[in-house]
Design a protein around this ligand. Sequence first.
Ligand SMILES: Nc1ncnc2c1ncn2[C@@H]1O[C@H](COP(=O)(O)OP(=O)(O)OP(=O)(O)O)[C@@H](O)[C@H]1O
Length: 353
Amino acid sequence: MLDIDLKLERSEFQIDVQAVFDLHGVTGVMGPSGCGKTTLLRCIAGLEKHAKGHVIFHGETWLKEGEFVPPERRGVGYIFQDGRLFPHLSVLDNLRYGLKRSRGRKGAALDDVVSWLDMDSLLDRHIGKLSGGQRQRVAIARALLGAPRLLLMDEPMAALDWAARSSIMPRLRDISRHFQVPVLFVSHDREEMARLTDELVLMDQGRIVDRGSCRQMLSRTRGSLADDHAISMLEARVVRRDQAYNVTELDVDGRLLVVDQDNLVAGETVRVVIPAAEVSLSLDKLERISIQNRLETMLDEVSDIDSHHALVSLKLETQNLLVLITRRARHRLGLKPGMKVYAHFKAACLEVI
Ligand SMILES: Nc1ncnc2c1ncn2[C@@H]1O[C@H](COP(=O)(O)OP(=O)(O)OP(=O)(O)O)[C@@H](O)[C@H]1O
């Protein structure tokens, strides 16, 4: 458990955060640029000497009046956007530096971390000759080798291209479980949040303004995440693969979805990410249509989110699906809570994690 009550004054900005984090798995921290996400992580890591208040990690005081435990004694791993590796050293020497930071705590073995991150072929290379994605793998490995008790990640994929992000994402998704380390993960990207986090914390102007389960926070029709980039994240169970057509059927709240992915294992639980802008609504059951995913649902809420758009939340059983439509469509269809509506979306627009 991480119990914080932090205040930090800067000339034009202040942090004022009180929170208790259970620290199960990955907790996401989101918010507009300049709202204080990095500063909050820095306070927790002990990198802001002028922070006031308290930081207590599993009963151990890192900060309170008259007490300040320096960063190297907190056992916190920090992964930055730009890696911050030693450019003049080889990959292996950077990793050895990580091992030294463990200060006797028992952590993951070098071989395990290297093979888990698929880095065997990189060990003798110089940092300057690595791609951005490779460099970030080294940064993650170095942090893990320090046997962290808490891992802080500050937009670790922001500087990476799509291919590098896709290869690192599954590792980040597993990192907390595999190495038994809680993670605080800062990002602007809600798809990253949907893929990686369990709890989501929203910050604005130096404060925490909202928090809750990632799925529920993303599915709101009001608030700072209710905009034209809204996405839904649904929990689903893999039912079976239709080999004849190379598609897979998923069960979401008792309804079948079809996805064009063939690497899913029957029975496993997955997350499905659906951009709200990719979903259409109809009041009639459209039978002869190429779109394979058609869900009969009840309209739960509808809200205008700007001068063009409305966001509609549809109730499945336990989960909600968001749909982005124009305000004109809302008006012309006469959409109201409680109506029966059909949601349509193509198999190709779903991301399964
Ligand atoms: N070293 C510093 N000295 C003074 N002000 C700073 C310093 N670092 C950051 N700030 C200011 O503190 C505020 C919070 O910055 P911070 O980097 O924590 O925000 P952020 O939410 O992480 O932003 P971004 O998403 O753009 O990285 C900003 O107004 C920023 O300009």
